[in-house]
Structure formats: structure tokens, C-alpha cells
Write a protein that binds this ligand. Structure first.
Ligand SMILES: Cc1cc2nc3c(=O)[nH]c(=O)nc-3n(C[C@H](O)[C@H](O)[C@H](O)COP(=O)(O)OP(=O)(O)OC[C@H]3O[C@@H](n4cnc5c(N)ncnc54)[C@H](O)[C@@H]3O)c2cc1C
Length: 575
């Protein structure tokens, strides 16, 4: 999703390429379709660079203050009331995007200690929760947590496994040819919990804010706290832990895998049972935070509230967790808020085009039961939605809506041209074992027929370099672009071409369903023949297309068929 944000013209990837402290390619034991890159950024430098970009942005005014409420007139957004250093001001606006994260009614827990705050040191926000519930937004409580921070120089590194960065795994941004971190990339350090760690946790579960019943909010299923892991996976004697440096030069080390809401003294005892952390100094304890989230079922596919046109909601407020999830919604809501303000048609993000589209559709169609994280398995078209082709999927849209710089566009167009011409030459040159009976000697099975060199790329051990070499052995010369990304795309297209073609057919089918619009005036309760359950579920979600209706949990395929038939009749009656 970070690469999709980048392809749409967002800043995340560009700043990450400068501020990264650690970089690796992940998922390498699986196929290229689910591989991606993971970057850690310096927690001080990243926001500093981002703020600079915002200050340098023409036509953008930055104000620091607390939004108290949103003003509506005739149900539509007309402005908001902001507290600017104790002075309340009304700012008029046709569109507003709320991205309040964990701030609404934030409550932090560390053991039995409760602090009214959104994050350690950040004041919670209350008035906006009141405003949202007054307009009819359904609010509920979620929770998330963080780990203790320990002093970098109190760790015994001889007991840890270093995981080095892979500088060649980047860049994150398609606008860059290589990542250009401002300082050297750092390793992460691996260790693990022990039986003693688990004993300390079990003995103190009654003091955990989560297990003592003090926390009402629902926590993230996919990033559980360490106490949650010990209870849920009781048969495991160890869980991995990664130590990550938070900034290049600061003292703080993040203890990935040990998010907790146990009291500080228990956290320290627990840390001291981990190999390498026997003498660790805890700079700050971990804690859990509970906050209000707004039910995303009350949002349109463009992240606009169905209750107040002009009001957009994005990020953790919609029940997600994670930086990329927040960024993906942020750019989609931002684009559509700007278009709403200018009376322009909204931009759709279909499921088949991006993980951003999958996430938004999941949120507004299925709602959330626990903090939503994007997992590749949530997408039905995974071979099409790869991290390496996010530019192909989204740069044209970014250009169309005015978010793509000329430099970025010409780099994109040049890359597409190189891929197309590379594939064309690989397809135009054919080889056979007759050209070179020695092909088998080169370690390749003989060819039963004459085939295009492009076809050789489907063989497991043949990459573009080897295909060129084999062609040369057959007396055929091939010149292909040296660009690493271009060669990677050619290779992936060869490996997956048949599967991708099959997925494209399925995509066409779902596009047709998504093109069938459901008029806002249709009353599902009055559609004769619809099952009671489907009427109730469709009435609650109010899908805007037949495609979306078919994805509402509990809606039966027979009801969708009936709906399609009824819509034809409805269109004929309603002009
Ligand atoms: C303790 C903790 C640890 C986390 N660790 C990770 C992690 O390791 N990896 C990961 O991917 N995700 C992590 N997350 C989740 C991630 O931080 C969030 O999901 C993401 O930052 C949410 O982004 P957001 O833009 O929705 O909100 P936030 O990043 O929380 O930003 C909300 C902003 O809204 C402002 N705001 C709130 N109310 C008002 C108001 N009334 N007026 C004006 N401004 C207001 C706040 O000042 C803040 O700047 C963590 C979250 C927490 C709380």
C-alpha cells in the first residue's frame, strides 16, 4: 500500500527513501506475487522531512489547533470550529477529512494505572466524539498497544542474531532509481521469549489491563500483545522478538513482539528473562490505548460519511491499525474530499486495482470487528496486485487527476516503453534445439519445438540474463534494457502471464458487477422477493453497486440475481 500511495503521487515513499534506517525484502520464501519490501524509518527525521514538504507546498496553509466540531448546514459540511491556542475560530470548508487516530476519548493503560491520553504525552480529544455521535455515527471502542523502549547500550549483542539491511531491496518510491538514506542502514537484532518470560507473564496476568477486564476495547488480532500470545498459543515455549533502533543516533530500542499493558515493574522482570536483555535498562514502559472508532459501514466507497455529505473519515478512526492502512485511506479520502469541494465526480478505487481499493471496500461493505490490518490474503486478485506493479496500476490515474509530476510521468512512460519493447524482442526471437543441440549441455532441457525466447523465461532457472545468453548460444542476438526494474517486470510477466490472463477475466466479471449502480433512492425493504436477511443487511450497508451488494456478508447469490432483475425494471420506471 505504501507503493500504491507513492504511485498515486503521495509523499510516503519519497520520504521513506531518505529517512529509512532499515530495509529488507520480505516474503522471499514465497512467490514474487506476495514478496514486498519492508522499511523502518527514523522516528525523528521522517516527521521532520514530512513537515518540510508540507511547508514547501504551494497553496497549503498549515494551522495547529484542536478541531472541536464540524459545522453543518442542511446536513452538509460548511466548516469547523478550531481552538487555536485558546482562541476559537470558524474555518469554512465544503469538505473536511477527520483523521483523529487514537485520539477520540483516548485512554492509556499500564497495569491498573489509567491515563486519559491518546498516546503517551498526547492529550485525548473529546468534543469530536460528541459531535460524531450527535450526527448519528455509531462509535465503538478498540484498543492497540506498544512495547517498552530499552536503552541501546544496555543490550548484550553477543547473545543476539543480527539481521542486516539489504540496501538493494529498495527504493520504495517509483520516482527514485535507488533509495538514498541520509545515513547508513542499520541491522535489527533477533532474540526470543523463554519459558521464564512466559512464567512471569502468567503469574501477573491478573495485573494486565487487558486480562483483568479493565480494557473494554477490542485489540488487533494480527498484532496481539505478548500476554495475548502466551494465552492464545499456550503450547508455544518461545516467541520471536526483534530489536529495532528507533532513530539513527538516539538511545531507544523498540522491542518488536512485546507489546504489553502489564505494570512497568513486571515489564522489566519480563524483559530480563530474554536472552541478551538480562541487564536491559527500560527507558519507557509499554502501554495499551483504548479509543473511539466510527463504524465504517456508514461511509461511502469514497470514505465520505453517508450522514453528512462533505465529511470524510480516514485512518485509525475507521477501525484500521497501521501506518500504511492510514496512508492508503488518507490519500483516497484526500483526493475525494478535494473533488467534492470542486463539485467533481469522485474517484473510485476498485478492488481489482489496488490494495487500497480492497481495504476501503472491506471497511465500508463488511465493517470491522477488530482493528483491520491489510493482509495480502484479503485480496482475491493477488497476482495482479503486486508491489512491483503498483506504478502500472495507479500512475495513469494519478496523471488523470493531476497528482503526477512531469518528471514522474516521463520516468513511468519510459519504463513502460522499455518493458513493452523488451517483451516484443523476446517474443520475436525464436530458438530451438536444432539451432543449438548444446542447449541441453547448458543445463536446459532440449526444446521439442521452436519457441520464443520469452517462453524460456517461464523455466524456473532462466532469468532475463540467462535467456539472452541462451539465445546467443543459438546464434540470436538480443539487446534488452539494463534497468533492473524493467527486467524484473519482464520476468514476472513471463512467469505469470497465463495466470494473470485468467485473473483478468475474473476481474472483467467483477467490474461488470461494479458498473451496475444501485440508485440511492432504492428501498431494499420494498424489493419484492428479497430474503428478509438480505433486505436487512443491504438496508444497513446501502451498497452503491451490485458488486458491492454481492460482497455484503450474509447476502445470498439468489438475492443478487433477483436484485439485478429488479434493477432493470426500476431503471425503466425511474428516470
Ligand atoms: C502506541 C502505538 C504504537 C503503534 N505502533 C505501530 C507500528 O509499529 N506499526 C504500524 O504500522 N502502526 C503502529 N501503530 C498504529 C499506527 O500508529 C496508526 O494506525 C496510524 O498512525 C494511524 O494514523 P492516523 O493518521 O489515523 O492517526 P494518527 O497517526 O494517530 O494521527 C492522528 C492525528 O490527529 C490529530 N488530532 C486528533 N484529534 C484532533 C483534533 N480534535 N483536532 C486536531 N487534531 C487532532 C493528532 O494530533 C494526530 O496528529 C501504533 C499505534 C499506537 C497508538
Amino acid at each position: 500500500m505504501a507503493r500504491e500511495v507513492d504511485a498515486l503521487g503521495g509523499q510516503m515513499g519519497l520520504t521513506t527513501d531518505l529517512a529509512m534506517t532499515h530495509l529488507r525484502r520480505v516474503g522471499t520464501s514465497k512467490g514474487p506475487a506476495v514478496q514486498t519490501i519492508r522499511a523502518h524509518v527514523c522516528k525523528e527525521l521522517y516527521p521532520r522531512l514530512m513537515q518540510q514538504v508540507m511547508r514547501d507546498q504551494p497553496n497549503l496553509t498549515l494551522l495547529q489547533g484542536t478541531v472541536k466540531s464540524v459545522q453543518l448546514s442542511g446536513g452538509r459540511v460548511v466548516g469547523c470550529v478550531v481552538d487555536l491556542s485558546g482562541v476559537e475560530e470558524v474555518i469554512s470548508a465544503r469538505s473536511i477529512v477527520l483523521t483523529t487516530g487514537t485520539f477520540l476519548n483516548g485512554l492509556c493503560h499500564e497495569g491498573k494505572k489509567k491515563t486519559v491520553a491518546a498516546r503517551l504525552g498526547d492529550k485525548a480529544s473529546f468534543e469530536l466524539s460528541t459531535f460524531l455521535s450527535d450526527v448519528g455515527v455509531r462509535l465503538r471502542r478498540f484498543k492497540t498497544g506498544t512495547t517498552a523502549r530499552i536503552a541501546r547500550d544496555s543490550i548484550d549483542y553477543s547473545a543476539l542474531n543480527a539481521m542486516d539491511s539489504e540496501p538493494d531491496a529498495g527504493p520504495v518510491s517509483f520516482a527514485n532509481r535507488v533509495s538514498k538514506p541520509l545515513h547508513q542502514l542499520l541491522p535489527c537484532w533477533g532474540t526470543h521469549t523463554t519459558e521464564q518470560t512466559h512464567d512471569v507473564i502468567r503469574e501477573n496476568l491478573h495485573q494486565s489491563a487487558m486480562f483483568s477486564g479493565q480494557i473494554e476495547g477490542i485489540g488487533p488480532r494480527y498484532c496481539p500483545s505478548v500476554e495475548d500470545k502466551i494465552v492464545r498459543f499456550a503450547d508455544k515455549s518461545s516467541h520471536p522478538i526483534w530489536l529495532e533502533q528507533e532513530t539513527w543516533y538516539g538511545p531507544e530500542m523498540y522491542v518488536q513482539g512485546m507489546s504489553t499493558s502489564l505494570p512497568a515493574e513486571v515489564q522489566l522482570a519480563m524483559l530480563h528473562t530474554v536472552p541478551g536483555l538480562e541487564d536491559a535498562v527500560m527507558i519507557r514502559p509499554g502501554y495499551a490505548v483504548e479509543y473511539d472508532v466510527a463504524d465504517p459501514l456508514q461511509l461511502t466507497q469514497h470514505l465520505m460519511s453517508k450522514l453528512a455529505p462533505g465529511l470524510f473519515l480516514a485512518g485509525q478512526l475507521n477501525g484500521t491499525s497501521g501506518y500504511e492502512e492510514a496512508a492508503g485511506q488518507g490519500i483516497a479520502a484526500g483526493i475525494n474530499a478535494a473533488r467534492h469541494a470542486r463539485d467533481e465526480a469522485p474517484v473510485d478505487f476498485p478492488r481489482s486495482g489496488s490494495f487500497i481499493g480492497v481495504m476501503i471496500d472491506d471497511l465500508v461493505t463488511k465493517g470491522v470487528e477488530d482493528p483491520y490490518r491489510m493482509l495480502t490474503g484479503r485480496a482475491e486478485h493477488r497476482l495482479i496486485l503486486r508491489h512491483d506493479n503498483a506504478d502500472t496500476r495507479l500512475t495513469p490515474l494519478s496523471k488523470e487527476i493531476g497528482l503526477c509530476s512531469e518528471t514522474r510521468w516521463s520516468r513511468f512512460a519510459e519504463k513502460q516503453e522499455m518493458i513493452a519493447s523488451g517483451i516484443a524482442s523476446l517474443r520475436s526471437v525464436q530458438v530451438s534445439s536444432a539451432d543449438n543441440p548444446a542447449l541441453a549441455i547448458e543445463g536446459e532441457a532440449p526444446l521439442s519445438d521452436r519457441v520464443a525466447v520469452f517462453e524460456l523465461l517461464k523455466r524456473p532457472r532462466v532469468d532475463v540474463e540467462r535467456a539472452i545468453y541462451l539465445a546467443e548460444k543459438c546464434g540470436k542476438r538480443l539487446t534488452l534494457p539494463e534497468d533492473r526494474e524493467v527486467r524484473e517486470q519482464i520476468q514476472l510477466m513471463a512467469i505469470y502471464s497465463e495466470y494473470i490472463d485468467r485473473q483478468e477475466k475474473l476481474v472483467q466479471h467483477s467490474r461488470r458487477m461494479d458498473d451496475l449502480r444501485i440508485p440511492a433512492s432504492l428501498d431494499f425493504a420494498k424489493v419484492v422477493g428479497l430474503s428478509y436477511e438480505s433486505r436487512e443487511k443491504l438496508g444497513r450497508v446501502r451498497p452503491t453497486t451490485v458488486g458491492q451488494a454481492s460482497r455484503v456478508p450474509g447476502v445470498r447469490p439468489a438475492d443478487i440475481a433477483l436484485l439485478i432483475g429488479r434493477l432493470k425494471g426500476y431503471e425503466a420506471r425511474v428516470p
